[in-house]
Write a protein that binds this ligand. Structure first.
Ligand SMILES: C[S@@+](CC[C@H](N)C(=O)[O-])C[C@H]1O[C@@H](n2cnc3c(N)ncnc32)[C@H](O)[C@@H]1O
Length: 318
């Protein structure tokens, strides 16, 4: 489980205190995102922004955490000093990066002032307090600086197809080290990420994850590459979501692209939840030679033990 850090959830709760109708706003926002609507049409002011932070931020935080964990596993020596979080919303990826990379100087960029205002309030008194806030459009931004790490979480998805590649290219041009793009784990977003992947490889980027190779993706429709992260639901979160389950599973797709010389991809990636019985573990692995169904028999004791520890999304060493 990856949950919001205590200081962040306390800050969100403080900002939400005394505001009425957040449950309704949250339901409206969730429905809007399910219908693939863009934030701008539904996040108009402080109440909407905080309803987002209560209902969606725990899940996007968990997905970004999973991706930055993977970045650290693939590039253990990469120690970014500067971050651009594009489409930052309330600062989600900034919070994750500040925890992962101590002392990182963050720039949070968004075109929605309500989100930036909330990001600034949540950051007060924390490692993100000095973050620079930039009101700018992902579709056409041009900054004087390049950043060691650029993140873009659940934001590219809001751009129309016609603007997406240009935006991805700009993100890459602003990155001196690594670009991490996290998107909802839906077939449409995976297909768009494939286009982005092709383009960034052409521009000299190296794929660090999730793919163990830079060839065409071997998955065949209706399959799509996506992953899942579990997070617990706080009482407010459950109230916002109107549910009784104490956790939820967030599906996401992602790409980590690095400048040459930074890190190395894994040998393989587990693409589904492993199937396990007492005789064997079966792993769906994407590797250098394409897709493979690996059956590890229980009689091969050490390999079986290692395979039982693997989960959907994990890297494999061969
Ligand atoms: C679903 S929210 C994600 C927020 C945050 N990154 C997260 O993971 O929680 C999408 C964010 O992208 C921003 N966004 C969408 N289109 C944008 C654009 N053209 N320029 C800048 N920001 C944009 C929205 O304002 C919103 O903050």
């Amino acid at each position: 489980m990856t949950d919001l850090p205590a200081d962040l959830s306390a800050a969100v709760r403080r900002f939400a205190e005394g505001r009425k109708g957040l449950g309704d706003s949250s339901a409206r926002i969730s429905e809007h995102y399910r219908q693939r609507g863009a934030s701008r049409q539904v996040i108009g002011g402080a109440d909407d922004a905080v309803a987002y932070a209560l209902s969606r931020m725990p899940a996007t935080y968990a997905a970004v955490s999973a991706v930055l964990d993977e970045l650290q596993a693939r590039a253990p020596d990469f120690a970014p000093r500067t971050l651009l979080d594009a489409g930052s919303g309330p600062g989600t990826a900034g919070w994750v990066a500040a925890a992962a990379f101590e002392g990182i100087a963050a720039t949070l960029m968004d075109h929605n002032r309500a989100f930036l205002t909330l990001a600034a309030r949540l950051a007060e008194g924390t490692a993100l307090a000095a973050a620079e806030l930039l009101e700018a459009d992902l579709g056409r931004f041009q900054l004087a600086t390049r950043y060691d790490l650029v993140t873009c979480a659940y934001a590219l998805t809001e751009l129309p197809d016609a603007q997406m590649l240009a935006a991805a290219e700009q993100l890459w041009r602003h990155s001196d080290g690594v670009l991490a793009i996290i998107e909802p784990g839906r077939p449409r977003d995976y297909q768009r990420l494939l286009t982005v992947r092709r383009q960034l490889i052409e521009l000299g980027g190296r794929v660090l994850a999730p793919c163990p190779h830079e060839r065409a993706c071997p998955l065949v429709e209706p399959d799509w590459c996506h992953f899942s992260v579990r997070l617990s639901r706080s009482r407010e979160h459950m109230r916002m979501k109107g549910g009784t389950l104490g956790y939820e599973d967030e599906k996401y797709s992602y790409l980590i692209i690095a400048r040459p010389g930074i890190g190395a991809p894994a040998a393989g990636r587990v693409l589904r939840r492993p199937e396990e019985n007492k005789f064997s573990v079966t792993l769906a692995v994407c590797g250098a030679d394409g897709l493979e169904s690996r059956v590890v028999p229980s009689r091969d004791k050490s390999a079986f033990k290692a395979a039982k520890k693997l989960d959907w999304g994990d890297a494999t060493t061969e």
